[in-house]
Design a binder for this molecule. Structure first.
Ligand SMILES: Cc1cc2nc3c(=O)[nH]c(=O)nc-3n(C[C@H](O)[C@H](O)[C@H](O)COP(=O)(O)OP(=O)(O)OC[C@H]3O[C@@H](n4cnc5c(N)ncnc54)[C@H](O)[C@@H]3O)c2cc1C
Ligand code: SF4
Length: 328
């Protein structure tokens, strides 16, 4: 067994100082980090347990936005009345993830920063550019059914596994971090990096930076959102593909429309090409399918995951159609 030091800071300042030490890893709920440590895919020298930091609020601000502390448990966030009422896509995404027991442990910060579920990454007997830079990526020619088609590279085709992050992307949520140089607020697109030649560098977080929370911007009255997930089993399975769709209608016209995709890319993927085509129009099934196909024009599907393209296109078309009728 590999030894490591366990630290439990009592305030954020201490946590930042400890997080900046060489070989440090933060521990939220531990449902991902501890598993990876058991497999040897993560080998921290110092485990910094931030789970007891007082970052547990879900607070509505004066402008109608909501600030969520990084230590809020996934089950508590999903059950929060303000989240359920104003940000249903987020509550639905959280409830679609993992199991009740895991959601009771998993934290908001840890969910955002969880690592990919690529089987080669978790198997230390195999090469993997993300775990062991320069060792190769066996997934392209191997098992890649669950892996990505958009934003991937020849170095890595892993997907980001979080359901929650897909909803946050559609909601234009921002991530608050604190580090040695102070506080920063990042969009999800600013937080997550695409793999390029350096898949081991997954985020723009700097040494010592701790995620302290997320900010949900206010939504205009009448905005509707939902999360849909396709998975191999009815529960307790990662997304094959998923989508969070947010829309505000003026009659048949989608005056605001945001589409985020999960299970297809190394980060929650905002379908900005499709959004630009559809926003301000009265979308039909055909126009949504065409817009999503345009989004996937840049995709690099492989033999066993090419099915994700038509599956996602149909999922989004059906989801947007569902948001056109009924009350939510
Ligand atoms: C069997 C199983 C099924 C699952 N199914 C799903 C699923 O369907 N959908 C889904 O979305 N997830 C699923 N998960 C993943 C689960 O949601 C994550 O393990 C969990 O959200 C991670 O949160 P945590 O607080 O336990 O993170 P931890 O394990 O504590 O940490 C995860 C990562 O985040 C970093 N970290 C933690 N807190 C912070 C912070 N405040 N600032 C910066 N970095 C931080 C850690 O260093 C680590 O790298 C599943 C997990 C398991 C084991
Ligand atoms: S897809 Fe990425 S995580 Fe998976 S084996 Fe290749 S480099 Fe590793």
């Amino acid at each position: 067994m590999r030894t490591f030091t366990y630290e439990r800071p009592t305030d954020l300042e201490q946590a930042v100082a400890l997080a900046g030490r060489s070989g440090a890893r933060l521990l939220g709920g531990g449902t991902n980090l501890v598993d990876l440590m058991k497999l040897g895919a993560e080998e921290p020298d110092i485990v910094v347990d931030v789970s007891h930091l007082p970052l547990t609020g879900v607070v509505r601000d004066d402008h109608g936005g909501v600030d969520v502390g990084a230590m809020v448990r996934n089950s508590d966030l999903a059950a929060d009345p303000v989240v359920r009422r104003y940000y249903p896509a987020l509550a639905e995404a959280l409830l679609a993830g993992a199991s009740g027991q895991l959601r009771n442990m998993a934290t908001t910060g840890g969910n955002l920063l969880q690592r990919t579920r690529c089987g080669y990454f978790m198997d230390v007997g195999k090469p993997c550019n993300k775990r062991d830079p320069g060792s190769g990526c066996p997934a392209r020619n191997g098992e890649h059914r669950m892996l990505g088609v958009l934003g991937t590279s020849t170095s890595c085709i892993a997907t980001h596994p979080s359901d929650m992050a897909v909803a946050l992307a559609a909601l234009d949520a921002e991530v608050d971090v604190q580090g040695p140089a102070g506080r920063r607020r990042l969009s999800l697109e600013e937080l997550y990096l695409l793999p390029g030649d350096t898949p081991q560098v997954e985020t723009t977080l700097r040494a010592g930076e701790v995620v302290t929370g997320i900010h949900l911007p206010p939504l205009v009255d009448g905005t509707r959102s939902t999360y849909r997930k396709v998975r191999d089993r009815a529960s307790y399975a990662f997304a094959v593909v998923s989508t969070a769709v947010l829309v505000r209608w003026d009659g048949p016209t989608a005056v605001d429309l945001r589409i985020a995709l999960g299970g297809v890319a190394p980060r929650p993927w905002r379908a900005r090409t499709a959004e630009a085509v559809l926003r301000g129009t009265a979308p039909t099934t055909d126009s949504v399918v065409d817009a999503l196909n345009a989004e996937f024009a840049a995709a690099d599907p492989l033999p066993d995951n090419a099915f994700k393209v038509p599956l996602t296109v149909r999922l989004v078309a059906d989801t947007l159609g569902g948001l056109a009728g009924g009350a939510r």
